[in-house]
Ligand binder design. Sequence first.
Ligand SMILES: NC(=O)c1ccc[n+]([C@@H]2O[C@H](COP(=O)([O-])OP(=O)(O)OC[C@H]3O[C@@H](n4cnc5c(N)ncnc54)[C@H](O)[C@@H]3O)[C@@H](O)[C@H]2O)c1
Length: 344
Amino acid sequence: MKTQTIRVGVIGCGNIAQHAHLPAMQRIPGVQLMAVADNFADLAQSVAGSVGLDPKNAYNEWRRILDRQDIDAVLNLSLTIYHEDVSVAALQAGKHVLVEKPMAVTSDEARRMVAAQEKSGKVLMIAFNHTYDLASEYVKDLITTGQLGDIIHAEVFFYDDKDAWDAGALRSSLTSTQPKPKWWPDDPKLGLLHYIHNYDSHIINLMRYLLGEPQGLDYCRWQPWKQLCAVLDYGSYRVIFKNVHTKQRRFEKGIEIAGTKKRVILDLAPPLERYTPGKVTVIDAETQAVTTPLLEYRWPFEREQEHFYACIREGKTPRTSGHQGVNDVVIAEQMVAMAMGDKK
Ligand SMILES: NC(=O)c1ccc[n+]([C@@H]2O[C@H](COP(=O)([O-])OP(=O)(O)OC[C@H]3O[C@@H](n4cnc5c(N)ncnc54)[C@H](O)[C@@H]3O)[C@@H](O)[C@H]2O)c1
């Protein structure tokens, strides 16, 4: 597998497939798109056509991708409610799997995915594109090399936007003639879990990548579709976690970390704004200098897929492995339990 072409099947041909994974894949050498599948047959056909695939390689039954012996890896870009079923079946069929975030709806589902990965020996990676941003890696390096000093405070933020996260890309989406099925649950607890998965799983994963595992959750409050506010216990400091449903037309998502030597602010770029890393601002406590490093123009979605294929080739565990990803789901569940007043 070291030098061979990796042959890929895509399951789920919606927005994130069309505007992130398929264009990113086309720029990566040594990778070949073999087939696509979507519950909507007409969408699978039109997406196949848009990337130059023969129509016979477009399916409306995702298991047809798994039946193919000439496919090594699957990008599972289906709706979150299908992440477990599709990923487990793909691993059982001997395919490597990159699954979109959130990993799964519940931590039980996520653990079953990990068990299937361990049994198969294949790669299971969760697609947290912001965690593969050069800006996130720059901040990680500041922390691990001790340049920030001891961390005394951190804040993760997402001022939820209207029509900004996609940088206009969704306006050119291919769609089915059939209406999309409604899947958002009526149950308020499950609804909040999906809300956190949808809007906040990126910053939960980014927080854990940069700061490690929280020791606990001190506080979480949810004012429906207005504000989610939480405090996480990191031992010697606390992390403030805020998601504000502003409907402003700008993308403001990231993390701010204050250390004894420097403070750093990471402002992520809209994910579908290609080749744009996040912006890092560093404030030095001693010199008072404010600096912004010049980062290469790279698209996190492309770097994420490159990492997936490198892990397949080199037999490495991904940074955002399935095993690593379970705790994102656990933290989301803990937030729901506290916000909804469950006493455990
Ligand atoms: N990384 C990001 O920033 C980001 C952004 C948006 C969405 N996502 C994630 O990507 C996933 C897909 O979201 P989307 O916005 O593309 O949704 P979407 O509704 O535009 O597309 C999903 C497509 O998958 C198809 N589908 C669903 N289940 C299927 C199955 N079992 N087999 C075959 N096709 C199936 C649907 O018919 C639909 O066409 C979700 O898990 C979502 O959380 C991630």
